[in-house]
Ligand binder design. Sequence first.
Ligand code: HEM
Length: 221
Amino acid sequence: MASSATLTGSTPAKSSSRIIVIGLLVVASIVAARFIWHYAMQYFLHFNAARFGYYWPHRFRLITHISGGMIALTCGTLQLWTGLRQRAMNFHRWTGRVYLVSAAVGITGAFLMAVYTTPRSFGVALMALASAWIVTTAIAWSAILRGRVEMHKEWMLRSYIVAFAFVTFRIIMDLLPSVNRRLGSNADDAATSVAWLSWVLPLAVYEVVLQVRKLSRKATA
Ligand code: HEM
C-alpha cells in the first residue's frame, strides 16, 4: 500500500528521514506541552479578572477557544505519532475524530475572539489563520473519507502546522525579543507580522521539502 511507504523500508535515505521526522515530533510534543501548561492551563487554574486582564469581558469565549485548542493540539500530536508510524490505527481513528471536533470548537472560539482583537490588522491575521485551519483540516478529513491515505497524511500535517502556529507565535513573541523587534515598528505591528509568519513560513518550508522529496522519488523511480 502506497501509504505505508513513508516511514517504513530500510534504505539509508528512509532511515535518516525517519529519524528527522521522529526528532521533529519529539520537539513538537515537548514545546506543545510547555505551551499548554505555561499559557493555556493558567486561565483554568486562575479564573479571575487579574489573570484574564484584557480578555476578562470575553472570558467564556476565550475558555471555549482554549479548551478546543488544547485538545486539538494534544490529539494532533498523537495523530501524527500513530499515523506516520502506522501504529495503533484504531486509536488513531478515535484521536482523529476528537481532533476534528476540538478543532471545530477551537476555530469557532478563535473567530469569536478575533472580532474583538486589537489592532484590527492583528485580528485579520488571526482570522486568516483560523480560515487556514478550517481549509487544511477539511481537506484532510475529506481525503480520508475517500480513502486517499497519502493525501490525508499530507493535509493532516498541514493542519497540525497551522494549529501549532499559535505556539510558534508565542515562542517568537516571548522568547525571541530581538527577532520580534525587527518585525515591526511597534509592538502591535510586530504582533501582526509574527501572526502571519507563524503559519505561512512553516507551511512554505513544508511545501518545499515535500515537493523536493516527490521530485527525487520520481527521479530515482
Ligand atoms: C491556529 C489557530 C488559532 C487561532 C486563529 C487563534 C486565535 C486566537 C485569538 C483571536 C485570540 C485572542 C487574541 C487577542 O485578542 O489578543 C487567541 C488567544 C489565545 N489562544 Fe488561540 N488561536 C489559535 C490556536 C490556538 C491553540 C491551538 C491554542 C492551544 C491551547 C490556543 C490558545 C490560546 C490562548 C492561551 C490564548 C490567550 C492569549 C495567550 O495567553 O496567549 N490558540 N487565539
